[in-house]
Design a protein around this ligand. Structure first.
Ligand code: HEM
Length: 210
């Protein structure tokens, strides 16, 4: 229950904050959503969600900055050597995805910048796949990863189709609090403004209001 609910709820909350902090990115995500899912009638499913290429890049960048499970621990079952250092069996490794996702030697000098373009195919190909693991990796990784990404996008579609998000909070003001999950310690205030109805002109010139 905890693994499935708290994580997804936090990811949606973080998504709203980052969309509000970056209005230009919010506009690009919104434009893409309106193109493919203009109204409640548009069917959202795992297949049709693949059309949301920029939204996918946004959600990945969001989980780079805010991996909601920021740290994991593993017990060392046998003596191993890492970079010339022997780690005896029985020790516990604490591994930080939060720190991994901010490594400048991996993500470049702008690692702290929020930039969905980090997930353009050409940039992904040039990077070690283990540089990014919000859902961990290996045999005990997150079993809900795919579902989590789908549910996050569905929530973003419903929120942005109806509301514009604003905030006074700046990215540099955010302070994180690390626990089982990643929380934002600073106030998390977002203004929600109902979007106006828009008109869509279809190729056969029929105009409809949504
Ligand atoms: C944004 C959402 C989510 C993130 C970032 C996330 C991240 C993670 C991470 C990092 C782990 C590894 C934990 C560890 O090794 O100590 C994990 C494990 C797990 N997750 Fe998720 N998770 C998310 C959503 C979900 C959802 C929606 C479900 C269920 C539907 C789920 C179910 C699980 C379960 C059962 C495990 C334990 C797997 C095992 O130990 O073999 N997670 N998750």
């Amino acid at each position: 229950m905890f693994q499935g609910n708290d994580t997804s709820a936090l990811a949606v909350a973080h998504a709203c904050l980052f969309l509000a902090m970056y209005p230009d990115i919010q506009e690009k995500v919104y434009t893409e959503i309106i193109e493919y899912f203009p109204s409640e009638e548009a069917e959202i499913n795992a297949e049709s969600l693949k059309l949301l290429v920029y939204t996918d890049m946004f959600t990945k960048e969001l989980l780079r900055h805010c991996p909601v499970a920021p740290t994991i621990a593993r017990t060392c079952m046998r003596d191993i050597e890492l970079d010339g250092v022997t780690i005896p069996a029985g020790n516990v490794f604490i591994f930080s995805f939060w720190a991994l996702h901010r490594r400048k030697d991996v993500w470049g000098p702008d690692a702290d910048k929020f930039d969905p373009d980090n997930f353009l195919p050409e940039r992904c190909h040039a990077r070690n796949p283990n540089a990014y693991m919000p859902f961990s990796t290996g045999p005990r990784n997150c079993i809900g990863a795919r579902y989590a990404m789908i549910s996050l996008k569905v929530m973003i579609i419903h929120i942005l189709r109806n509301f514009k998000l604003r905030t006074e909070i700046r990215h540099e003001d955010i302070r994180f609090k690390f626990g089982m999950t990643l929380r934002i310690e600073t106030e998390h205030l977002i203004q929600v403004e109902k979007r106006q109805k828009i008109e869509i002109v279809t190729p056969n010139e029929q105009t409809r209001e949504i």
